[in-house]
Design a protein around this ligand. Structure first.
Ligand SMILES: Cc1cc2nc3c(=O)[nH]c(=O)nc-3n(C[C@H](O)[C@H](O)[C@H](O)COP(=O)(O)O)c2cc1C
Length: 148
């Protein structure tokens, strides 16, 4: 059994909902998943001890949130090379944040990212059965990756 941290930013709870689905999917594959809002993570030490990391951020002003940018500088202090990773986020029309997160995790932190790419979900779909399934499927793909 592996342990995965799902850490997210969310102003109105949409990205949080996606993260909950992802954590469920990871657990469905028999792994542990902790889900934490980044505002409650204060030091790099809080991020230690996980085998995989999934970060989530909504798109505001075609960008990552300022909190997520600071959080990535905290994550930079860990050695995440080769750790399994994924990225997700809610959006309404452009959705830049989650692919940006995914790229940072892949190219800067050199993590072993899930083949599906980033999970970007339109706000209106998140609380539908389709949205919940998309989150769970993404979590299951991360869980499966520990086998390969
Ligand atoms: C002021 C403001 C700016 C936004 N800018 C964007 C944007 O540039 N691109 C986009 O796709 N969505 C944008 N959105 C929509 C949010 O990404 C969307 O509401 C999302 O579901 C919020 O997620 P959260 O509840 O996790 O914070 C914006 C929303 C607000 C209120």
């Amino acid at each position: 059994m592996n342990k995965v941290l799902v850490a997210y930013a969310s102003r109105t709870g949409k990205t949080e909902k996606i993260g909950e689905g992802i954590a469920e999917g990871i657990r469905m594959k028999g792994h542990d998943a902790d889900i934490v809002k980044i505002s409650s993570i204060n030091t790099a030490k809080d991020l230690e001890g996980y085998d995989g990391y999934v970060f989530g951020c909504p798109t505001y002003h075609r960008d990552l949130t300022p909190g997520m940018k600071n959080f990535l500088f905290l994550a930079e202090q860990l050695n995440l090379v080769g750790k399994i990773g994924g990225a997700f986020g809610a959006y309404t029309h452009s959705g830049e944040a989650s692919p940006m997160l995914f790229d940072t995790m892949e190219f800067v932190f050199k993590m072993d990212m899930v083949d599906l790419g980033a999970l970007s979900l339109k706000e209106a779909t998140i609380e539908t059965s389709e949205g919940l399934k998309a989150g769970q499927d993404y979590g299951m793909a991360i869980g499966e990756k520990f086998k390969s």
